[in-house]
Design a protein around this ligand. Sequence first.
Ligand code: UDP
Length: 235
Amino acid sequence: MKFKRILLKLSGEALMGERQYGIDPVRLAEYAQDIKTITDSGVEVAIVIGGGNIFRGVAGASNGMDRVQGDHMGMLATVINGLALQSALEDAGIPTRLQTAIKINEVAEPFIRRKAMRHLEKGRVVIFGGGTGNPYFTTDSAAVLRAIEIEADVILKGTRVDGIYTSDPEKDSNAVKFDTISFDEVLRKGLKVMDTTAFTLSQENKLPIVVFDMNTNGNLLKVVSGENIGTEVNV
Ligand code: UDP
């Protein structure tokens, strides 16, 4: 395996499957099976889950809601997704812990770095819910932050597009995919990989990001074993 400890970032929207809102149990079960293939081969897996399928603070604010209040709702949405993912992983036979950045002790463990790392060493998947615990941040920033804290080798950003392109492949048929690209080049070309806060944190800490298509079964295993099917952002 190319990577020993990974942080997988899944957006909330990924959990919707074909739906317009909420969580698709079939999609969740497929993700759980994919994750099982890599935990079975000894890879340590941490996951940061988004909340966009349920609520985004920015959307609330655009309808007149207080932004911080909306962000609190968004963070709670990520905890709901985390619980759903935990349930699907445990159904697939994978021991899993959910740790949250905001304390909800009856529901999940609080985020404790050393405990998270111990869980990973014991082969448990650790899901980080609640984002960073702070408003005005995204779960991409939470993903980079947690990845650095737990000393992950890489962030795997599972999306519905199979990598980073010269322009949006869903809009431009001439878009060309990069196999690898440097952090500097992403910034120079103004490409969208993560929000700027998250991307800069990753760059400063030399944490590689692999963007790949998570919706094709078997891709996660391919990426972790070193097959270049997506785009790797590196120094
Ligand atoms: N959020 C936040 N702080 C964080 C992470 C998330 O306030 O550290 C809130 C924010 O309102 C965000 C929502 O939670 O819109 C859901 O997260 P995100 O939009 O990153 O989810 P994704 O796009 O990955 O589904």
